[in-house]
Design a protein. Structure first.
Length: 479
């Protein structure tokens, strides 16, 4: 029975209720002459019951209305530009029904109701694989073939995965299998994917899928911007979980699903970085710090990171970064040193082609797995036909190398807080997006636009890694 629609009595029940009411009132009219006091007491009791029920319904409506407009529920809000998470805040409590209606209207889940998940019979040929996927529709899984069966690696419940192997060993095959599992079991509003492809060739075909938050990133000047936005999103989710007293993102989604109105659930984000070595070459310190932050809090915030690595050069990659990965898959290594660094033994040297081993939280698996591809390229065409791709506005576009547009400058100039922000940053000497968000209570998109314009106008300097930007102009107190 659908709780939202309520119970609808049948025709026979209605007739019986009408007959009972007629008989009851007839009895009152007859009995009022002989027992007037009893009849009056009965009428008073009935009126009290009716009043209590009506008052209870009104109280419940007021509580729902107040819970939406209350400042304590501001954690259920999000800048409207982040159309895949939560809508913009409603900070006032004074307005009544009109604001309530608009708030509920904005919070209604805007999903493609016509989107249909791919059918297993079409895209999965192997019966064993088909049965495994059918029983894990709620998860994102990677099947690891061990010769006589499959072990299941649950990507959704694991915070991170590092895939190590020489160029051409088969790392990309595992990545394709993981993406295939996500497209097979998750809708675009349940899973968002970010792909950083430093080689610019391997993952271009995924640009058409609706699960992408941004186009496949293959420009080094955009890689930092993407990871910075992922860290900002992770920090926002942590604050959201803290305010709602939730341990992880799945508890939060379960909590808001029990509300009387439909709030957007927060989707999982799958961050894939192909050839981490090439990324770290551009700036070792900055990218090590950003990835380390994602590895620490990614699991509870629903952000899963998967990286591939082709060499262990500690002049580029930090040892602690390697140790922070919860799961490690390694193909054959060229030296015992690499084998001991990854698995604390020399077993990786003895692996054959297309064989790999798996380690979870420092415990090695006793099996040697064989590389097997079950990825079907036709699934890209299917999911693309189901829904058009809509990139998130917070993440960069591939061709967005131009400076800030005149329209954006005009919007920032019209911002009522622009002059206050300029004065504040000159007084403090430093500025960052997160600092603006905390000080002026701005959304991330609004704060980032102001920071970009200030940089173009020469007020602040370029990004300085995880540190705030330096302010380039000072007050002249001699004037």
């Amino acid at each position: 029975m659908n709780k939202n629609k309520g119970y609808k009595p049948s025709f026979i029940v209605k007739v019986l209720l009408y007959l009972f009411c007629i008989y009851f009132f007839y009895y009152l009219i007859v009995a009022i002459e002989e027992y007037p006091s009893i009849v009056m007491v009965s009428i008073v009791i009935i009126l009290l019951i009716v009043f209590y029920i009506a008052n209870k319904k009104n109280t419940r409506r007021y509580v729902v209305k107040k819970s939406i407009l209350n400042k304590n529920s501001k954690d259920l809000d999000k800048p409207e530009e982040k159309n895949y998470i939560i809508p913009e805040k409603v900070e006032t409590i004074q307005q009544e029904d009109n604001i309530l209606k608009e708030t509920i209207k904005e919070n209604v889940i805007k999903t493609n109701t016509n989107y249909k998940l791919p059918k297993l019979n079409i895209f999965v040929k192997d019966e064993k694989i088909k049965s495994i996927f059918s029983s894990h529709r709620k998860d994102i899984i990677l099947l690891m073939y061990k010769g006589f069966g499959y072990d299941i690696f649950n990507v959704k419940k694991s915070s991170s995965l590092l895939i190590y192997g020489m160029i051409g060993s088969g790392k990309s095959v595992l990545i394709h299998n993981i993406i295939f599992g996500g497209l097979l079991c998750k809708k675009p509003d349940e899973l968002k994917i970010i792909i950083i492809d430093s080689r610019k060739l391997e993952f271009k075909e995924y640009n058409a899928i609706p699960h992408l938050l941004c186009p496949v990133i293959d420009y080094e000047n955009k890689m930092y911007e993407v990871l910075e936005n992922v860290v900002a999103e992770m920090d926002y989710r942590l604050d959201l979980l803290l305010s709602q007293n939730c341990k992880n993102i799945w508890d939060y989604n379960e909590k808001i699903s029990k509300k009387s109105f439909n709030i957007k659930k927060i989707p999982n984000i799958l961050l894939i970085i192909d050839e981490l070595n090439d990324l770290l070459i551009y700036d070792k310190t900055i990218f090590n710090n950003l990835i380390s932050k994602i590895l620490i809090d990614g699991r509870i915030t629903g952000i899963n990171i998967i990286c591939t690595l082709n060499t262990l050069d500690y002049s580029i990659i930090d040892r602690r970064l390697i140790a922070s990965f919860e799961n490690v898959i390694s193909f054959r290594t060229t030296s015992s040193r690499e084998s001991r660094l990854l698995f604390n033994n020399d077993e990786l040297i003895t692996l054959k082609d297309n064989e790999y081993k798996y380690k979870h939280r420092g415990i090695d698996s006793k099996y040697v797995y064989k590389l097997k591809s079950y990825y079907d390229e036709s699934i890209i065409k299917y999911v693309s036909s189901q829904q058009n791709v809509e990139y998130n506005t917070l993440f960069p576009k591939v061709d967005s190398n131009s400076s800030v547009s005149s329209t954006e400058n005009d919007l920032v100039d019209d911002d009522p807080l622009y002059n206050d922000i300029v004065d504040y940053c000159i007084q403090t000497g430093v500025l960052s997006v997160s600092l603006l968000q905390r000080k002026f209570r701005l959304g991330y998109n609004r704060a980032s636009k102001i920071v970009d314009v200030l940089e173009k106008r020469g007020v602040i300097g370029p990004p300085n890694g995880s540190k705030p930007r330096e302010v380039l102009i000072k007050y002249d107190f001699n004037d």
